[in-house]
Design a protein around this ligand. Structure first.
Ligand code: FAD
Length: 286
């Protein structure tokens, strides 16, 4: 077998990565846990990359976590393990991380990789939508910040130019007191399994009125599904919810959830369970 050679770069700084991307179309590798599976070759052959590789996972500049002005900044190359051990990461995000893969993948896999891979089943995504996360990108021409709902455009499709690198994920902080968060992942097993579907939600209420409510569904459409229109119907309404309004919200989502049949589940199962999780959340009186 003739071995194909692959050019690879391991730049020593973020500036060097940006400069490399401005000169050459490269394939970015962070943890490699999606890339190496998608580009795998028959045993013994080099992975199937048709362009040079640039490794970024070792860069400390992409591994910082800090808050400024009520925004939590998470470096694109923070691994799940690093995030799960960091005091600034919200508890609900840590809960979602705990349900990702197994320790070996959580040691390598990064939040930036989960976003850029843009799988509808990516486990960090529903919560990132709930948080209205923003994606910071950098190229030699400068920086831009994009809302996650505009960045992820479909399965494996993101709004990233060839010379851009995702450097940070920015989460506007949601105070954890007096807000009820849920994240539910439904999969074949409790560990090391990709989601059949997932559901994230949060609700803040005070003196019997709903002040803020957000819902996001994973793996029931080409991207995570969130509807601010439906959420606005609930804002200002009495809490706990009346049956009529609860049924109306479930019916609204029933019309817009568009799951598919695939090797992991059926469209029918996904829709039924997603709507049950929603109803259960709406029935909660916490
Ligand atoms: C056995 C196994 C189990 C898994 N289980 C789960 C699971 O339970 N839940 C789940 O959500 N995922 C799971 N995954 C998928 C994967 O681990 C995650 O999506 C992970 O977050 C990918 O991160 P990474 O750093 O390894 O990405 P990589 O594989 O390095 O990159 C993924 C994609 O993102 C691009 N990319 C990465 N970083 C950047 C950046 N900073 N800027 C621009 N582009 C970038 C790459 O070019 C590539 O296209 C699993 C994978 C395996 C192999």
């Amino acid at each position: 077998m003739v071995m194909k050679s692959i050019t690879s770069y391991r730049p020593m700084s973020l500036d060097e990565v940006i400069s490399r991307l401005s000169k050459e179309d490269c394939f970015i590798i962070a943890g490699g846990t999606d890339a190496m599976v998608q580009r795998k070759s028959p045993r013994g052959a080099a992975a199937n990359f048709d362009k040079p590789i640039v490794f970024i996972d070792h860069l400390q500049e992409l591994k910082q976590m800090y808050t400024i002005d009520q925004n939590l900044h998470i470096g694109a190359c923070c691994t799940y393990k690093e995030m799960s051990e960091h005091p600034l990461i919200p508890r609900i995000v840590k809960k979602a991380i705990k349900e990702i893969a197994a320790p070996a993948i959580r040691n390598r896999g990064t939040i930036g990789g989960n976003i850029c891979n843009a799988s509808p089943a990516g486990d960090t995504l529903p919560l990132l939508y709930i948080y209205n996360a923003k994606i910071r990108l950098r190229s030699a021409k400068g920086e831009r910040i994009v809302e996650i709902r505009d960045f992820i455009q479909g399965p494996r499709k993101v709004f990233r130019l060839q010379d851009e690198l995702v450097t940070e994920i920015i989460l506007p902080v949601i105070p954890e007191n007096r807000i009820h968060f849920v994240f539910e992942k439904v999969a074949n097993r409790r560990a090391d399994a990709i989601a059949k579907l997932s559901f994230a939600a949060c609700m803040r209420h005070d003196e019997g009125k709903i002040l803020d409510v957000r819902f996001a569904f994973g793996a029931v459409g080409p991207t995570v599904l969130r509807s601010t229109e439906i959420e606005h119907k609930l804002t200002g309404q009495a809490f706990p919810l009346h049956d009529k309004l609860r049924n109306e919200i479930v019916a609204d989502f029933e019309t817009i959830l568009k799951p598919i049949d695939d090797q992991r589940s059926t469209a029918k199962y996904r829709k039924t369970v997603a709507l049950r999780l929603l109803r259960h959340f709406l029935e909660s009186t916490i």
